[in-house]
Design a protein around this ligand. Structure first.
Ligand code: GLC
Length: 572
């Protein structure tokens, strides 16, 4: 085992994530705004969280919910002004809450002035992007014929866009192609160019100078592309041709040294797509001076059929616990640090996915919360999770706005999947499932807007903040979890060990710091099931439980989705 962390800091944080577009609209535009967040500070502060990660609200044409940035230095006018931002940061600071900004540094919007200058022929800015001539013979033809194309016309590599289709689009009428790992309006930046790296440092330092200490780096493990881009061999996944590239570590070290690393209070997290434990250890081991922690996604792929996101299958509890356990142990071993989460703006709601949104909504929401908050790492709570929000009850593809969901639906139809099945698949995985408005009350627009919401809420009559505040169980449970984390070093920095790993339905583990030892027991199923309890825990204290008065003896009969954390009796 690596040496245990000594500094608690971000390890005892609970971080709240706000998708500003869907949090609270104060103007009636149907889109949430920064003043809406200011209005809701008393609620946010009541949770006891330490920092808010805001999804990007920089100037953007919003082709990908703000992840297509056209100007990194200004706030999108649809969401607010720089004065609103400054006021928000101050007001949060008055409540002891920090701000984490979402830095989308792998790509810019094609409306960004750098891309526009590049298109106009400016060589300096052409070198800001990844532009390549057509491959000679080996590449695939571009589906829609560009206005003018070079002799061969094959795409430079076989890489796929994460939103479907090829990752290359014609670069104006030059006959060349530019790389876009996401939407064609999100052009990948060329991090090999030192001027690009300087610009990235400048952006981070601009926001630091405004008093920001937290940064989330979007898809940061794909910035290190090789000089010579290659197609994957037949049958191999092209993602590995550009993911966790050899230069990512050096780029992160540079960013760290020249920006946030100069701030002892900085808190950073990198979003790592299709990565490995070993790479995540390297990104987050403090000795490497890269990032504080990482988001990884293996545990959210347990309901992908044959690795395919666009499939509709129920997860197997064994796969979930094995994956979480493997990451917990591997990251601990290498002295790395996990960002813990089940929900975010890209994922369907965890209660639908891993729990039961109808019969056991309260029990499964609190069970999943226990699992995330008791694992080794820093927990993130995505807005609405703390009141047990579920996927919306949509019935038509027209209810979905997200480019990814709409592309996926069309691709499924093209593959011959029937419309009802294609809808069911998209409904089970769509990112819009979590982007519906925050449900503040039971009114028709959930207290989110007086206008027409950009995405429709559906079940606010029975799931909303007002109802939870009047005696609901989920909100109170989250507040308790957040409080406990600050009272028990075993939760924030304790050593993790699995317990009875082979149990088919129960995920159990211990967390130990000096003489404090906790046992966390989680029933991942809707079935009653027995679990053995070691003797010294049977006589200990129940720290938190999601069913009233659990009777703990040397065996416990767990209810559906029951979760409890026991503290071992310490003999003086
Ligand atoms: C990340 C974001 C996602 C976005 C993508 C491209 O995965 O979380 O919302 O679409 O990056 O920027």
């Amino acid at each position: 085992m690596g040496k245990p962390p000594t500094k608690v800091g971000f390890r005892e944080y609970a971080i709240y994530q706000i998708y500003p577009k869907s949090f609270r609209d104060t103007t009636g535009s149907g889109i949430g705004d920064l003043r809406g967040v200011i209005e809701k500070i008393p609620y946010i502060a009541s949770l006891g969280i330490d920092m808010i990660w805001f999804n990007p609200f920089f100037v953007s044409p919003q082709r990908d919910g703000g992840y297509d940035v056209a100007d990194y230095y200004n706030i999108d006018p649809a969401i607010g002004t720089m004065d609103d931002f400054d006021e928000l940061v101050r007001a949060l600071a008055d409540n002891g809450i920090g701000v984490m900004l979402d830095m989308v540094l792998n790509h810019t919007s094609t409306e960004h002035e750098w891309f526009q200058k590049a298109l106009a022929g400016d060589k300096k800015y052409q070198d800001f992007y990844i532009i390549r001539p057509p491959a000679l013979g080996s590449g695939r033809p571009y589906p829609r014929r560009p206005a003018r194309r070079a002799a061969d016309g094959g795409l430079p590599t076989n890489w796929e866009s994460k939103f479907g289709g090829p990752a290359w689009a014609p670069f104006g009428d030059t006959g060349n192609y530019y790389l876009h790992l996401y939407d064609p309006t999100q052009a990948d930046l060329n991090w090999r160019n030192p001027e690009v790296r300087d610009e990235m440092v400048k952006i981070v330092n601009f926001w630091r100078a405004k008093g920001i200490h937290g940064f989330r780096f979007d898809v940061i493990n794909v910035i290190g592309k090789a000089a010579e881009l290659k197609s994957s061999a037949p049958g191999e996944d092209p993602r590995y041709m550009y993911t966790d590239g050899p230069d990512v570590n050096a780029y992160l070290q540079q960013l760290n040294a020249e920006s946030f690393g100069q701030d002892p209070d900085s808190v950073t997290v990198g979003e790592m797509s299709s990565t490995s434990i070993q790479n995540c250890v390297e990104y987050s081991n403090p000795d490497n001076h890269e990032l504080d922690m990482v988001f990884s996604f293996h545990h959210l792929k347990v309901d992908y059929l044959n690795g395919q996101k666009w499939s509709n299958v129920r997860f197997n509890p064994i796969d979930l616990k094995r994956t979480l356990n493997e990451w917990a142990l591997g990251m601990q071993e290498g002295n790395g640090w996990n960002a813990l989460f089940l929900n975010n703006h890209d994922q369907p709601r965890s209660v639908n996915r891993f729990g039961d949104p109808t019969t056991y909504r309260v029990e499964s929401a609190t069970m999943l919360a226990t699992m995330i908050h008791m694992l080794r790492g820093t927990p993130y709570i995505y807005m609405g999770e703390e009141i047990g929000m579920t996927d919306p009850e949509y019935h038509s593809i027209d209810d979905y706005v997200d480019v990814e969901a709409r592309n996926a639906y069309n691709a499924l139809i093209d593959q011959g999947v029937d419309a009802a099945e294609a809808f069911a698949i998209v409904h089970s995985k769509a990112r819009d499932n979590s982007r519906t408005p925050m449900q503040w009350d039971d009114s028709p627009n959930a207290g989110f807007t007086t206008g027409t919401p950009w995405l429709r809420p559906t079940n606010q009559e029975h799931i909303n903040v007002a109802a939870e505040e009047q005696g609901g169980k989920i909100l109170a449970y989250y507040k308790k979890l957040i409080r406990l984390r600050k009272q028990h070093l075993a939760i924030s920095i304790g050593e993790y060990q699995p317990y009875q790993l082979d149990h088919p339905q129960v995920y159990a583990f211990t967390r130990t710091h000096e003489d404090e030892k906790l046992l966390v027991i989680i029933n991942l199923s809707d079935k009653e099931i027995a679990c053995d309890i070691p003797e010294d825990f049977a006589t200990g204290e129940v720290l938190i439980a999601n069913y009233p008065n659990p009777t703990v003896a040397d065996t416990i009969q767990l209810h559906p989705y029951e979760a409890l954390t026991l503290k071992k009796e310490v003999v003086a």
